[in-house]
Write a protein that binds this ligand. Structure first.
Ligand code: ASP
Length: 292
């Protein structure tokens, strides 16, 4: 994770943009077999990989007025997402392509893979994305299901990033192989703008955890909306304790606001976070879980 954050930090230090930074971080995490995204994704009940990813970018007010074609509050805001993709190594790059190269926000399945080919992203076989570790977890999951123990909800490992650059542009991105025991075709929050990923001129956020609860609560948008009243840290703690905890769901969220302040919170067994600021450099944190 720290190596991935380093890539984002290098981009931001060199006056690069927030979008390039979050995508670079996620590509590194998707390529690492330990995370549940890209290579190493969890498997569906059929034993296949189906991945979701999304990205959103919001320019600062001043910049939006300069670059925005419309004089409304949506000027300078863009989003892209893919769901249930099975043959791309880096779904986040495909989500970015949806945002930048199509008039759409969400493209799924084989259509998304056709787009990947069109924009020059190499396709791979589904098999190439499956690690021995993921297969072993799948076997355990299948056995528990057969014994009627019920699907385990642990075993997350979704990856996300949020950043603000020196021009005030905010970007957030999320990528996942989904939840253990998911049926083929199931789409989680990581593909849903507002739920797993959200950014506007006030802040950007990325979430992990039980996708169904995160979608119903539009968790990331809710957290960013909270920035109107409070600090990033309070905003994220609030959405976890007032929504996920009450729903009996588990998850976590990271957030950055327009002043570069950072928030992170979770109520899962664990969530690791790394932060980068030009003043403090890279820091690795294990935030405490919020309990009821
Ligand atoms: N939120 C992801 C999903 O539901 C899973 C996770 O974050 O672990 O697909």
């Amino acid at each position: 994770m720290l190596e991935a954050v380093q890539r984002g930090a290098d981009i931001l230090r060199g006056s690069g943009n927030a979008l390039d930074a979050v995508v670079a971080v996620l590509v590194a995490l998707e390529n690492h077999p330990l995370f549940n995204a890209g290579t190493g994704s969890l498997l569906t009940t059929d034993g296949t990989v189906e991945m979701d990813a999304s990205v959103m970018v919001a320019a600062s007010d001043e910049r939006a007025n300069r670059v925005g074609s419309r004089a409304d509050s949506q000027a300078g805001v863009m989003a892209g997402a893919v769901a249930a993709v099975t043959r791309v190594r880096n779904p986040i790059q495909l989500a970015r392509a949806v945002m930048e190269r199509t008039p759409h926000v969400l493209v799924v399945g084989s259509g998304a893979e056709r787009l990947a080919r069109r924009v020059g992203l190499a396709l791979c076989s589904n098999e190439e994305l499956i690690t021995e570790r993921a297969r072993e977890r799948w076997r355990q999951q299948q056995e528990s299901a057969q014994l009627g123990i019920g699907a385990k909800t642990q075993g997350h490992g979704t990856v996300g990033a949020a950043a603000i650059d020196c021009r005030g542009t905010i970007a957030a991105a999320t990528s996942t192989g989904g939840v253990p025991g998911k049926i083929p075709g199931r789409v989680g929050d990581s593909a849903i703008i507002g739920a797993g990923t959200y950014a506007d001129k006030t802040g950007g956020a990325s979430a992990t955890g039980n996708g169904e609860a995160i979608i119903t609560r539009a968790l990331c948008r809710e957290a960013v909306m909270n920035l109107r009243q409070t600090t990033p840290m309070t905003a994220v703690r609030r959405v976890i304790s007032r929504t996920l905890v009450l729903d009996g769901a588990q998850g976590g969220i990271i957030l950055v606001d327009r002043r570069g302040r950072i928030g992170f919170a979770h109520n899962a067994a664990a969530m690791e976070v790394a932060t980068f600021t030009s003043l403090a450099g890279i820091r690795h944190l294990w935030p405490d879980s919020i309990k009821t």
